[in-house]
Design a binder for this molecule. Sequence first.
Ligand code: SF4
Length: 300
Amino acid sequence: MDTSALQSEIRKIAKEKGIFILAHSYQPMEIQEIADYVGDSLDLSKKAMESDSKKIMFCAVKFMAETASVLSPEKKIMIAVEEAGCPLANMITPEDVVEMKKKYPKAKVVCYINSPIEVKALSDVICTSANALKIVEKIDSDEIIFIPDQGLGSWIASKTKKTLHIFNGYCPIHWLMDADQVRTTKAYHPDALLVSHPESNPKVRELSDHICGTSGMITYVKENPGRCFIIATETGMKQRLEKMFPGERFVLATKNITCPNMKKTTLEKLLESLREEKHVITVDREIADKARTAIERMHG
Ligand code: SF4
């Protein structure tokens, strides 16, 4: 089957089975095109909760589907590709958190949503890149264990007076981005605005006009019409922005910013997962209850 035949078949099966398809902004464009909703990790969990459908298919990485499963335990949450994990999330284990808590007994644990559910369950509160600073400022402790991303953690540390003990995990896509290449791209497009993700390394962040999560990028482009934007995040986001804002110009900050795990989802694999309703996410009840408390504190 060619791309459009596969896309039609996916829509048909999803409709017949009442499955709501969610795709992250870093997914391949042919997947984003057939999704019922495209967004960042927290958006996707919210949409999964709000949807009338009892069956949800995630085109994303595992921690996102786990978060949705915890927030919507009554629903059948599936992931299109079971082995699509997040290397950043996989860098931390529950044992690491226990160790840090022992070392800093007075500190509260703020955990970035890009983490395994067992780690969320050991945390006081969850945050996203968009609300991390607000959460850190609001929590009733001046000492914080920030896990697992040192990119976001170091960015927050530069903005708060609180003491942060930061776990040394990182997103290989953002943290390892070459600042010299970004500088070269800026030199080619001197009038462009550089937008980077907080997971980026400090050298890239220093070059940026604006630092924000993927939802924030959409707002930033809306607020700055008629400009060229250098996008220092995963290529799927640039493609999404191009689709949303056909009149604007977007350039990738370096040659290839691709998350291989996000690109594991193919139309063929999605179709198979929909047909068989496979890769159902299950989370141990006790862990789910603890993780849910930490996630709900983010909104409280
Ligand atoms: S882009 Fe980074 S944080 Fe996002 S899924 Fe890929 S490895 Fe994980």
